[in-house]
Design a protein around this ligand. Structure first.
Ligand SMILES: [Zn+2]
Length: 381
């Protein structure tokens, strides 16, 4: 997989001069050999191949010594470019190659040359994102800017294209990145019923507590709120109470955050595929009966965290249709019992097969089956 990273470059005057030289040389070589092709064709109806032209480069150096001052890779690349232009022309993708003009597409391309000498590995292009410098042939280190949060690119540098545009300099670094995503092999699959009570039930009939001890802190918040109401406006005391209250809320938020991380870590560490309902959170909060039962931690946050952890750990999160009646279907015989809509029913007996169900466990099992069906369709089994 190839990926290009473009950085703004800040060359000093000496470096600018060198860059301009290489751009000019590239253009010169391109035009020189384009002219040669045109003339050869006129005279002999035959033209030299790209490699024959490359072999002529040393002769050109003698005739035009300034070519030695620029980047040497770029001249060969210029000839490859010319060859591509001809190929595209013969494939009817382009019109006939034209001479390059100064100020239009001012650029040159250089390759990363690797070698090892006395046990030291050497590369002609080096990118240092920590110190924000790029090392290029003939130019040494140049300051760059871009990708502020990127500290390292994993992969091999293939080439760099140096561009000048409206007096500004850019470098596009082509990197061959390795595909680091390992093959996905699901071993453990779980369905979870997020439910509306304080517990998450898994299809392994495991109960994960979805609450934390908050009685003390809530009591404290209540007390402080009362004190705040009594405190004189603008007083020092009032200010102190306010700070204390702020800290309490902060603590509550942190407890919530840690709990979300605990639950999502547990689920993503123990399972490869996690199946859940695609809940309509907003609607749930609007529905008073459900909103009253909603847990300490916002389900929406939990799902978001779960999603991002699955992505990070190469796990799969499958969401099943929010209208799938997971609570009402008997996981053993598939009978749909519409009476179970009533949220207060925690246990029920299937009228058809007489299995006695725990509401949430049964739902978790149904969610697992439904999600598995969905997963199998995606892998075309
Ligand atoms: Zn049944």
């Amino acid at each position: 997989m190839y990926k290009a990273y473009v950085f703004r470059m800040y060359p000093n005057d000496k470096q600018k001069q060198k860059i301009n030289q290489s751009i000019g040389n590239s253009r010169f070589v391109y035009n020189h050999f384009l002219n040669q092709k045109i003339e050869d064709y006129k005279n002999t109806k035959q033209t030299k191949t790209c490699f024959e032209q490359i072999k002529e480069l040393p002769l050109l150096y003698k005739e035009y010594p300034f070519l030695k001052e620029g980047d040497s890779c770029s001249l060969r690349n210029s000839l490859f470019n010319l060859d591509d232009s001809y190929k595209r022309f013969f494939n009817k993708q382009n019109r006939y190659p034209r001479f390059k003009k100064k100020g239009i597409n001012d650029s040159y391309k250089t390759n990363n040359i690797k070698s090892s000498y006395k046990g030291n590995n050497y590369e002609s292009i080096k990118l240092d994102l920590v110190n924000k410098v790029i090392t290029l042939p003939k130019l040494k280190e140049i300051k760059i800017r871009g990708y502020r949060n990127l500290k390292k690119i994993i992969g091999n540098i293939k080439s760099a294209t140096i561009k000048k545009e409206a007096g500004k300099y850019y470098v596009s670094v082509l990197i061959e990145e390795e595909c680091i995503k390992p093959v996905f092999i699901p071993n453990f699959i779980v369905g979870i019923d997020l439910g509306i009570k304080d517990t998450i039930i898994t299809s392994y009939n495991e109960k994960i507590e979805n609450k934390f001890k908050k009685e003390n802190i809530k009591k404290r918040i209540k007390g402080l709120s009362r004190a705040l109401a009594r405190a004189k406006a603008g007083s020092k005391n009032r200010y102190k109470i306010k700070i204390k209250l702020k800290r309490c809320y902060q603590k509550l938020r942190n407890m919530r955050k840690y709990l979300i991380h605990d639950i999502t870590n547990k689920l993503t560490n123990e399972n490869d595929i996690i199946i859940t309902e695609d809940l309509d959170i907003k609607k749930m909060y609007k529905n008073h009966q459900i909103a009253k039962l909603l847990t300490d931690i916002p389900i929406g946050n939990l799902l978001k965290t779960l999603e991002y952890k699955c992505e990070l750990k190469n796990k799969k999160l499958i969401k099943i249709d929010r209208y799938y009646p997971s609570s009402q279907i008997c996981s053993r015989c598939n009978y749909q019992n519409k009476e179970i809509k009533d949220l207060s029913i925690r246990k029920w007996e299937c009228p058809k097969c007489h299995t006695i169900h725990d509401r949430d466990y049964n739902a978790a099992e149904n969610i697992l089956f439904e999600g598995l069906k969905q997963y199998m369709r995606t892998i075309n089994v």
